[in-house]
Write a protein that binds this ligand. Sequence first.
Ligand SMILES: [Fe+2]
Length: 171
Amino acid sequence: MTTLSTHRDLLLHELRDMYDAEHQIVDALPRMSAMATSPDVKTAFDEHQVQTEEQIRRLEEVFALLDEKLAREPCPGIEGIITEGMKTVRGKDVAGAVRDTALLASARRVEHYEMAAYAGAWLLAQTLKLHDVANALEQTRGEEEETDGRLERLAMKTADLSAGNSAGIVS
Ligand SMILES: [Fe+2]
């Protein structure tokens, strides 16, 4: 049984959880990109995949900073979000724009989960005065937030164009 007797133990648990989550996301993004119809949505998923690979490397650097063993702790939270998103569109006759909107909504759920998880881990690192670790986690949290904003703008555009507004509500 894993022992979580200190906040450092909890931080390691959270980092291993996110290390697994990021791997699940790297696996899911190409499938989401393949299912998307809009080139802009595909590009957003493809670019976030590259960014997620960098985030995995950043977590590996964090484990090195802590001089701790790299390991994946299964993250059922992200698994559930990804499964739910796929279930919404897979095997169904979903119109292109609706499919993109559904995929974007699922991807934004992932980003929000990650933002909360990295913010929690950042708080632990700050409390433990592990400032290099905290900075690395904040960098990733900021990237997730930026990605969420990009996905939000795409979702607004996709929904608006499919409603027949050719100019779009965002430029
Ligand atoms: Fe990420």
